[in-house]
Design a protein around this ligand. Structure first.
Ligand SMILES: CC(C)(COP(=O)(O)OP(=O)(O)OC[C@H]1O[C@@H](n2cnc3c(N)ncnc32)[C@H](O)[C@@H]1OP(=O)(O)O)[C@@H](O)C(=O)NCCC(=O)NCCS
Length: 395
């Protein structure tokens, strides 16, 4: 006798607030681990590697002290046969607390295996509702992509989107772009992601540093530190971070400068340490005034020995034109090679409309490796999702 196969139960999912676990060993840690797993799968799907994916510890540490940046986290979960929840998608809304309090910066990600079921749209709708309830007026979203398309030269090509800056491009049919534009967000800016393969050819960093040092002259000297900002420089370092938020070209993104102070620098140092991250910083001092006028940082997760990320690089406007950007970067690369000899690549993001920074990176050997599209809208103009598409279960 044959038994008719029982039809597989219709998979259902529901959206809940991500529970907070005090550590990654806590019972609730399934949520943060699941968020990291979704990010890893999305990164593998888009880039073929998980370099850009947040780790569970990054998610956890970000939730522990939110004094500068509050986060609302949602997870789309499916119950597995054994009753335990599985995260199949997640959404986060970043709510700045000390400046840019008008912003609601959102991200939605869904496992590739669970796409086109309405999960992304429902997560986005929940973020929209939170942004409204929080009184935020500007919505931001970013879409990471692996390949930058080349717009056709002679005709309008609606498969390729070019931001109003005219620099960079993104494919119109990229799922993140389709969803974001359907919600009413407009493309404002495209940043380029670049990767530098390590080790550099023998003597390359030394040559770049020596040439830049010769151009800069004796009025400048460099200081390098690791993992903890020396108290001697902390106020000045905070000022440079503030300047970066004032000077970085952000096109028409509704982004105001952020005031950094010594406490904020200490906060970030502690956050990096708690999340198992380390860094190497090189700064240039203008010797006649004792002022720090340029800085750059290479940041890394200790459990990702192959990768470091190029962060913050800034040169004060009145000291530009002395090759200080190249000087601090080349010296920092030398220091980094001593601290992390096994690292195989450094990745970085640059606004496509920041030609000076791009030129330094290209000279150092960074090669394009995809990009990031920044979109925005007034929160009031974000299109509500079709509530009829909501899943049957959950809230
Ligand atoms: C973008 C993303 C979140 C969409 O998740 P999803 O669960 O597939 O989204 P939905 O099923 O709710 O789709 C919503 C709408 O987006 C559009 N869309 C999504 N993926 C699409 C694709 N591959 N091709 C065309 N349209 C697509 C459609 O209009 C779709 O509605 P429809 O299915 O009714 O036509 C998912 O592709 C993803 O995680 N991408 C990587 C992360 C990312 O880029 N996030 C966006 C930045 S915030």
């Amino acid at each position: 006798m044959t038994t008719a196969p029982t039809p597989a139960p219709q998979a259902t999912w529901r959206i809940i607030d991500a529970p907070h676990g005090a550590s990654l060993d806590a019972p609730e840690a399934w949520a943060y681990r699941g968020i990291a797993e979704v990010e890893r799968e999305c990164a593998l799907d888009e880039f073929g590697h998980d370099d850009v994916a947040q780790r569970a510890i990054d998610v956890l540490v970000g939730m522990q002290d939110q004094r500068y940046l509050r986060r609302r986290r949602l997870v789309a979960v499916e119950d597995q046969p054994d009753g335990t929840p599985r995260v199949v998608g997640h959404a986060v809304l970043y709510l700045p607390q000390t400046s840019n309090e008008h912003l609601a910066d959102g991200r939605v990600a869904v496992l590739p295996s669970h796409r086109r079921r309405g999960i992304g749209a429902q997560l986005a709708e929940r973020l929209r509702q939170i942004a409204v309830a929080e009184g935020r007026t500007t919505a931001f979203a970013e879409v990471d992509f692996a390949h930058e398309p080349v717009p056709a030269e002679d005709e309008a090509d609606d498969r390729v989107l070019v931001p109003p800056t005219g620099s960079g491009a993104v494919a119109a049919d990229h799922p993140g772009m389709v969803l974001a534009r359907r919600l009413g967000l407009r493309l404002e800016l495209v940043s380029r992601r670049s990767v530098l393969e390590l080790p550099l050819p023998d003597g390359a960093a030394e040559r770049f540093a020596a040439d830049a040092r010769a151009a800069a002259g004796p009025d400048y000297r460099v200081h390098t530190w690791q993992d903890r900002t020396p108290e001697e420089w902390i106020e000045q370092y905070a000022d440079l971070e503030t300047r970066l938020t004032m000077d970085e070209p952000n096109a028409d993104l509704d982004l105001l400068p952020e005031r950094w102070d010594a406490d904020r620098v200490r906060f970030h140092d502690a956050e990096h340490a708690a999340a198992g991250r380390g860094y190497v910083v090189t700064a240039a001092e203008h010797v006649p005034t004792g002022q720090l006028v340029a800085v750059t940082m290479l940041l890394f997760a200790r459990d990702r020995p192959e990768l470091s990320e190029q962060e913050t690089t800034v040169v004060l406007p009145e000291h530009r034109g002395h090759r200080l950007g190249m000087l601090v970067k080349a010296v920092n690369l030398q220091a980094h090679a001593r601290v992390r000899p096994a690292t195989r690549r450094i990745s970085t993001w640059n606004n496509e409309n920041n030609p000076h920074m791009l030129a330094i990176n290209v000279a150092l050997g960074f090669r394009p490796a995809g990009g990031c599209a920044a979109l925005q809208a007034n929160v009031a103009d974000v299109v509500p999702a079709d509530v009829g598409a909501a899943p049957p279960a959950g809230g």
